[in-house]
Structures are given as structure tokens and as C-alpha cells.
Design a binder for this molecule. Structure first.
Ligand code: ADE
Length: 249
């Protein structure tokens, strides 16, 4: 899969792209991430990317011309049968695991990192397929959100994670890998590793007992408890069995 990121801070991505799974996926040729400096698509001496909003008000708005040029160049460079142009903005649809799965079937995602007060609406209207927000808070720009998008989508691509089961059990993922939290999912259960005892705190005995059945039941109970404590909103979409209700007490 190809990711093309348009940003005014191209250096921002050096760190996130050179570590862990995203780095390995690039090395193995499973993804290609290209960073485009929006200022390279300006034509004036000052490489101006923003201007004041019509109608007045605070802040600056990303101008349409450099973004149109950048996107058109990226589109012209490659034949992509499944390509989407995505604007990262707090005004977007909430990015969720379900949406990450949908985007993982694309062969090209063009990510526009919004900045300042926003992006000229003509860009959104004419060129953007989807506006995405990574959560209900305002970041200073879309760069972090673009990194979140690349990470969340990359780890779902075939061949990226060796151990597919680790991606299946965890919070928000399901066997089909297609359900969002809002469609029924629990947070992940707690994990422990060695040592068996740390500063007087022992790993729960059930995890050492060797009974697969007891471990499964305990994990289900803990997942239910954690969801009730941290994300009770998710439980309203989850069909709880009689056994689940007993586990919750
Ligand atoms: N840009 C600023 N805030 C954002 C958010 N919450 N999600 C995506 N892009 C953003």
C-alpha cells in the first residue's frame, strides 16, 4: 500500500516512520510512505501556503492552489485502482478500527495534514474523499493524526504482523477484523509477563495453572470489568451472554 503525506512539516515524519512495525513494513516493501512538502508546490518567493480567512476571524487558512497542485501531481504519477484522498481534521468523521480496516484495502491513501485554522473548503469539496479526526480534541495539526492513520492501517495489511492472533484478541479487533467498538467489542484483558512476583505483587494464579478453560474465563471476566470501568459506552453495543453477566457479578 502507498501512503502519500502532504505536510508543511516534512521532517516531522522521520521519527515515526523509522521505528517498529511501520519501519519493518517499509523495509519489506509492504508499504511505501512518501512525504511531500506543501511548500514545494507554491510559486511565490516566500513559498506561502496560508492566508487570512475571508469574512475575518482569527488564524490562517491553508490556500487552495498548493494543495490542488500537490494532489494532482500525486494522482497523475500513479495509476491506483483504489485511492482515497483523506484530510486529517478535527472536523472529520471519527477514525476507528472499523475504518482502519476499510482503508487497509486501498492501494493508495493520500493524506493531507491540515494546519492553522483549517483548509480552504474548495479543497475539501473538490479533492477530498474523506475527512477524518482521530478524536475529540484539537491538535495543532494533522501530522500526528496522519502517523496514527499510517500505523493503524499498516498493521492490518496482510503479512505485516507475523502473529495474526495477537491482532485478533486485542481491544477493538474481532475475528473478522471488521467490527468497530460501536458494533460490539470489549477492551483487551490484562497481560502479565515474568517475573512471577514483582515488588510483592504476584501474577494472578489462574494464569499459571495451565488450564486453558480457566484462563479464557478469567480473561473474559477481566475484559468485561475493564470495559465497564473505562468504556461503559461500549457495553451497550455488546451482546452479553448469561455467562458474561455472571462473570460481571
Ligand atoms: N488536526 C487537529 N486536530 C485533529 C484531530 N483531532 N484529528 C485529526 N486531525 C487533526
Amino acid at each position: 500500500m502507498n501512503f502519500d503525506v502532504i505536510t508543511i512539516f516534512p521532517d516531522f515524519f522521520a521519527g515515526p516512520l523509522s521505528h517498529g512495525m511501520v519501519f519493518q513494513a517499509q523495509k519489506r516493501g509492504l508499504i511505501d510512505v512518501r512525504i511531500h512538502d506543501l511548500r514545494d508546490f507554491t510559486t511565490d518567493r516566500h513559498r506561502t501556503v496560508d492566508d487570512r480567512p475571508f469574512g475575518g476571524g482569527a488564524g490562517m487558512v491553508l490556500k487552495p492552489e498548493p494543495l490542488f497542485r500537490a494532489i494532482r501531481k500525486i494522482q497523475a504519477e500513479k495509476m491506483a485502482s483504489a485511492r482515497k484522498v483523506i484530510l486529517l481534521t478535527p472536523q472529520g468523521k471519527r477514525f476507528q478500527q472499523r475504518i482502519a480496516f476499510q482503508f487497509s484495502s486501498l492501494d493508495q491513501a493520500v493524506l493531507i495534514c491540515g494546519r492553522y485554522e483549517g483548509v480552504d473548503e474548495r479543497v475539501t469539496e473538490c479533492l477530498v474523499d474523506e475527512e477524518l479526526s482521530i478524536g475529540d480534541y484539537v491538535l495543532s495539526g494533522g501530522e500526528l493524526a496522519a502517523c496514527v492513520f499510517v500505523d493503524a492501517v499498516t498493521r492490518l495489511l496482510p503479512g505485516v504482523l507475523n502473529n495474526s492472533s495477537s491482532a485478533v484478541n486485542e481491544s477493538f479487533a474481532t475475528l473478522e477484523g471488521s467490527l468497530s467498538s460501536a458494533e460490539g467489542s470489549l477492551l483487551d484483558y490484562p497481560h502479565y509477563t515474568r517475573p512471577e512476583e514483582f515488588e510483592g505483587q504476584r501474577v494472578p494464579e489462574v494464569l499459571l495453572c495451565g488450564s486453558h478453560k480457566r484462563v479464557e474465563l478469567w480473561r473474559r471476566k477481566k475484559a468485561l470489568e475493564k470495559t465497564l470501568k473505562n468504556r461503559p459506552d461500549l457495553l451497550q453495543y455488546t451482546a452479553l451472554s448469561e455467562e458474561d453477566k455472571q462473570l460481571l457479578g
